[in-house]
Write a protein that binds this ligand. Sequence first.
Ligand code: VGL
Ligand code: ZN
Length: 220
Amino acid sequence: MSRALLIVDLQNDFLTQGALAVPNSDQIIPLINALMPLFENVYATKDCHPENHVSFASRWNKEVGQSAMINDSKQILWPDHCIKDQWGYQFPDSLNQKWISKEFYKGTDPNVDSYSIFFDKNKNPASKIQEHLKTEQISELFIVGLATDYCVRETVLHALDLGYRVSIIVDGCKGVNIEPGDEEKAIVEMKEKGASLVESEELFKTSYDSKSSTVGDISR
Ligand code: VGL
Ligand code: ZN
């Protein structure tokens, strides 16, 4: 069984210039570029909405940030974001995309939102990720991306429910924090459910140690 790095929703609309900008999100791009070569399998999720998506305040003539009851469930209304094939949907140019071997898409149904790449709000599969992880025999996921308190959170909670080992690379994620402390709350919740919290530094160090010991062996 092997491990994968899963990059969640690192798309222009969630970055500093985007429609749903997550504070300080640009800071994680160089870090993710440096992490990718440490993993044999690197996957990315994309929020992939049609123009009239259920989560857009514009569809309901409501204000961004309000909650609305839609199909019997509470939905936070967002600015229009991540519309398929538009600029906000794309990865930033500064992301070293060559390391990403597969992308998974969610939120494609105009009437159903999905923060998680595993299951949508109706609890139906949101993407083909489960089949893929099974085929590739991946049992452990390392998570980076956006946003800690929404899509990272729901993706991690579902991954744990499904029995994957999950490590959150804490400095590789950023939260929206609509309410102050939301990000911290999400991190505590994911940890309590069984996720490990790691700092990128620990991963770089482990990788360096294993490489340097190999070099040492050869020189002897
Ligand atoms: C997200 C709000 C709406 C996310 C996606 O990627 O965290 N947040 N759609
Ligand atoms: Zn969305």
